[in-house]
Design a protein around this ligand. Sequence first.
Ligand SMILES: Cc1ncc(C[n+]2csc(CCOP(=O)(O)OP(=O)(O)O)c2C)c(N)n1
Ligand SMILES: [Mg+2]
Length: 344
Amino acid sequence: MVQERVFPTFQAATATVTKEEGLWLYEDMVLGRFFEDKCAEMYYRGKMFGFVHLYNGQEAVSTGVIQAMRPGEDYVCSTYRDHVHALSAGVPARNVMAELFGKETGCSKGRGGSMHLFSAEHRMLGGYAFIGEGIPVATGAAFQSKYRREAMGDASSDQVTAAFFGDGTTNNGQFFECLNMAALWKLPILYVVENNKWAIGMAHERATSQPEIYKKASVFGMPGYEVDGMDVLAVRAVAQEAVARARAGEGPTLIECLTYRFRGHSLADPDELRSKAEKEAWFARDPLKKLAAHLLEQNLASQDELKAIEKKIQGVVEEAVTFALESPEPDPKDLYKYVFAEND
Ligand SMILES: Cc1ncc(C[n+]2csc(CCOP(=O)(O)OP(=O)(O)O)c2C)c(N)n1
Ligand SMILES: [Mg+2]
């Protein structure tokens, strides 16, 4: 019997947040949540095709890590559960929604869809359908930042990369190979594990020899942290420390965020394997409610301010749908466009 981990070694007790930061973190998480809820609605109305994997419940991880970085300058690399990482990285909601609808105005020009969001402008290195596929890409991005700075003398090349992936993915070879290389070369990267306890229908404890993933960092001589992934302030505090270390040339960090997805693996999954008791215990730890309660308790926000953010984001998401619906489909004559690099 594996003991339930309820007290991660890193807690947000000492994390501080200003009013402005707190409201921004809340807005980013609300955007993630409302966007995903709208995706479910649009998927069931037949507006999206293929697999769609939602991020509900895990918002504190994307927001906590990416808002500790310099969104738009630093690099973010995701998985097939990528909508919210793209939003946190600054890709406009309308371009993400249009991509999900397969429209020309989508961030991947309608050629990628849900699992292949990409934006060079926002340094969003992609969603990837194969698990673990993004880890070497992210490691390469971290390598180029360091190479430009140290071998090519570009002092401004101090970008940090965050690679997001799930618990199940840490059993794949790329995880170990990349951690080894990143530690050896002191690459500026955060390996962020979204441990939501499940890999489709496989319980984490049944699939791995050492369920405490953060401990795997130690064999590479890399710092490894376990953090409450439902607490955005805790995640942000760990990420800030890791980003500072990476930017100072001190190398990579492995961060294991204990979190939970509030929906099935994908919108095609009836979600019958996880127990009602387990789901309810995690629903009670909703990261949005946790941050809202903290902001209210600390007098950093009023109910009205939080409601105003929710209303504003509702409008952003509605506008994204209108934009996506009204956008054109890719032109069939452009079938071969973007297969190879384009000059425009
Ligand atoms: C290389 C590869 N093997 C198998 C799959 C099938 N697959 C899709 S999602 C998934 C589970 C991944 O679980 P986890 O890493 O915990 O991420 P989560 O979905 O929980 O976010 C698997 C095995 C795949 N996409 N790629
Ligand atoms: Mg998982």
